[in-house]
Design a protein around this ligand. Structure first.
Ligand code: ZN
Length: 286
């Protein structure tokens, strides 16, 4: 009698380990750094959803998530953690915290349903800041706050246009800050607009919302999470030796732009501005 072929395959040890593929891709020591890392994610919209999904799947230790808004039905075309029943009921940060927890059981998500300028001081006690907000005023405020810290945290700033995404990797004062490239006129207009918005809620309510679809936010979320991974695994070594981990060097002090229409990717340095409109940025240069 010929021997019966096996009818059942034992999945084996490696198939039962959720981090097996990540460990073999990144190395055990880097995975441990990721598991011990804490990041601040500012914005829990489409970009925040994607970044949290990616970093959660990777096994990041803790995400502090800040966003004052509730879920709207119009978010559902691009946000993996929102559900139709969340509309006007659930805060975005709570939806992400609850549902990322189902997926990434080792990751702790602390939700803060407030604007970043009203968040507790402890949200800045992190290794890295990820920015996924839809307005420049929030960037302006969080840049100033970050520059007041000792040392300022590395920042990964994501932005999108209709058919491109852009990511900046900044560690001021060693690199430019988030507003170094902004003109004084732009900042003046931004602040004036904010004064108007605070006096006139109708102005805010009637501002047209930017159109966006899921695969564009997926691209920006992927680039941000990849840069965050490289910063997290190499930050300690960089602070001590001024070198990033070989093969895992982040786009330090640079922007990465991806044009989805023509599939063209560009990257280049972001120049430090000695006349930056942010006073903390100027003073830290001296
Ligand atoms: Zn600056």
């Amino acid at each position: 009698m010929p021997e019966e072929p096996p009818t059942r395959v034992d999945l084996g040890f490696f198939e039962r380990d959720r981090h097996d593929r990540t460990r073999r891709w990144l190395g055990t020591d880097n995975l441990v750094r990721i598991q011990n890392a804490t990041v601040l994610m500012v914005g829990a919209g489409a970009v925040g959803n994607e970044v949290c999904k990616n970093l959660g799947l990777l096994g990041i230790g803790k995400i502090l998530l800040v966003d004052p808004d509730k879920v709207a039905a119009s978010n559902l075309n691009r946000c993996v953690f929102f559900r139709p029943g969340d509309h006007d009921v659930k805060f975005k940060v709570d939806a992400v915290a609850e549902r990322l927890g189902e997926l990434a059981t080792d990751t702790i998500v602390e939700p803060y349903p407030v604007p970043i300028q009203e968040a507790k001081e402890k949200v800045w006690d992190v290794d890295l800041v990820l920015v996924g907000v839809d307005n420049h005023y929030a960037r302006y405020l969080l840049n100033a706050k970050n520059l007041s810290l000792q040392p300022p945290r590395p920042v990964i700033n994501g932005a999108m246009g209709l058919d491109f995404v852009s990511v900046e990797v900044l560690t001021p004062p060693d690199t430019a800050c988030m507003v170094c490239s902004w003109s004084k006129e732009f900042v003046d207009r931004l602040v004036a607009e904010q004064v108007r918005a605070s006096c006139d809620p109708f102005f805010v309510d009637t501002l047209p919302k930017f159109p966006m679809i899921s695969f564009i936010t997926s691209v920006v979320g992927a680039i941000m999470a990849w840069e965050a991974t490289k910063v997290v695994v190499g930050l300690e070594e960089w602070r001590q030796t001024n070198h990033w981990r070989e093969g895992l060097e982040p786009a330090f002090g640079r922007f990465i732009k991806y044009d989805l229409r023509h599939h063209q990717s560009t990257s280049g340095p972001i120049m430090r501005n000695p006349r930056c409109s942010e006073a903390f940025c100027r003073s830290k240069r001296k």
